[in-house]
Structure formats: structure tokens, C-alpha cells
Design a protein around this ligand. Structure first.
Ligand SMILES: [Zn+2]
Length: 232
């Protein structure tokens, strides 16, 4: 049976033929009727269900759109946080077909001007959603690894946290792996880190890149076998 090329984080809803978690557009989610599901914001079919999806439990639905919902740290001050989280909860509660498969991207970013206290507060709300709805978290973290790991120790999450777009060196990666995190690599990555990452803790993503994720598997020589697919 074919193993799908899994892309755990993409902002490009027009990609076809791969198993992709697409980032939902928060702007549209909150401006549309709050009761309308996040996936209605996607008029395009995100993933065509070829046989690549036949291994999935919900393969009977075609086409399949998988999305993640979360507030990027750079967007925290643009929105009314309570309204955003009410919309998220609404969507999660009404997501009968399980289109929402992850929380995020969300996290901590010391390059953005929003105070770290506020970022932390909002990130914690995402982690709470992750635990409540049993969904993994896609983490955006820039220059705040110690803070992230400290939060992780305090919160003791039971669901996976995926560090998205990891570009660091092996030493930094091992700290994350030791803390129980998963590592998602994009086209910009440290090759030695990929070489040292156990495949069962490794993921690939295209983020804003329009190239197919299969190219990343090809370039790195990693087989999609053994790559964990996060679905409820
Ligand atoms: Zn992203």
C-alpha cells in the first residue's frame, strides 16, 4: 500500500495530491459568521484523495481537507483574543467530519514586538485547546526555546508538540527531542539535524513554499514510511 507524503504544515490551500494540513485563515474565520466552519473558508479542494489517502481511517470522504487552527504570535495583537478562541471552540465542537487535525501554528517569537507575557498567555490557551480536543500543537518558536521548554515542563502536555520549520543544529534539536517534542523540517534545514533525527519523531512541511512536499522527501532521501501522521 502506498504511504502518503505527509505535509504537516502549509499555508497553500491549492496544493493537490498530497496529505496536507493547511493553515486556516483566522481573519476569515472571525469575520465570517462565527458559526460557519473553518473549512468553509476553503473553496478549493486541498487534498485530492488518490490512493495516497487510502491508508487513512477517513478515506471515504473525498476530497479531504485537513486544517490546523491557531493564532500566529505575529497576529496576536491584531485580533480580539476572546473572539478568536470562541470561534476556534465553536469550530472544534462542530467539526463532525474531523477536518481540524491540529492546533497552531502558535507559539513564542522574540522577534515580534508583542510582549512575551501576552504571547505566553495566548500560547497556553492553544495548549489547553490541544488537550481538550486531543489534537497536536504546531509550534512556532523563534529565539524562545528555553521559555518554550520551561512552559512544557510546567504544563506537562499529553498531546504532541511539533516544532515547525526547524532550522537549528543537532545540539538544539536533541534538547527538543529529549523534551519529547517532534521536529518538522522544511526546505530550509540543517542537513545534519535531519541525519540525526529519529524518523518516528520527524515530519516534513512546505510552509509557504509552493513546491510539493514529496520533493523534500526526495531531496533528503527519507521514506514516508515511519513518518507519523497526526490525525485523531
Ligand atoms: Zn507557517
Amino acid at each position: 500500500m502506498d504511504v502518503p507524503f505527509f505535509d504537516c504544515h502549509s499555508h497553500n490551500p491549492s496544493r493537490q495530491g498530497e496529505l496536507v494540513i493547511v493553515q486556516a485563515d483566522v481573519e476569515r474565520m472571525v469575520t465570517d459568521d462565527a458559526s460557519s466552519p473553518a473549512f468553509s473558508s476553503f473553496s478549493v479542494k486541498n487534498v485530492s484523495s488518490g490512493n495516497c489517502c487510502s491508508t487513512l481511517p477517513r478515506s471515504n470522504k473525498s476530497p479531504i481537507s485537513y486544517i490546523s487552527i491557531g493564532l500566529h504570535p505575529w497576529d496576536v495583537e491584531r485580533f480580539d483574543i476572546n473572539k478568536v478562541f470562541n470561534t476556534f471552540v465553536n469550530n472544534l465542537q462542530n467539526d463532525e467530519n474531523h477536518h481540524i487535525v491540529a492546533i497552531g501554528e502558535c507559539g513564542l517569537d522574540k522577534l515580534c514586538t508583542t510582549s512575551l507575557d501576552l504571547q505566553r498567555e495566548v500560547f497556553i490557551k492553544h495548549v489547553e485547546l490541544s488537550e481538550r480536543f486531543s489534537l497536536p500543537v504546531i509550534v512556532h518558536c523563534v529565539k524562545a526555546m528555553d521559555e518554550l521548554l520551561r512552559l512544557r515542563r510546567e504544563m506537562r502536555p499529553t498531546l504532541p508538540w511539533i516544532w515547525h520549520g526547524f532550522r537549528g543544529k543537532p545540539q538544539q534539536m536533541h534538547q527538543l527531542l529529549d523534551a519529547g517534542m517532534y521536529i518538522s523540517f522544511g526546505f530550509r534545514h540543517n542537513a545534519q539535524s535531519i541525519a540525526e533525527c529519529p524518523v518516528e519523531r520527524m515530519l516534513f512541511e512546505t510552509d509557504c513554499d509552493e513546491r510539493p512536499v514529496s520533493l523534500l522527501y526526495e531531496q533528503t532521501g527519507i521514506s514516508p514510511k515511519g513518518i507519523k501522521i497526526f490525525f485523531p
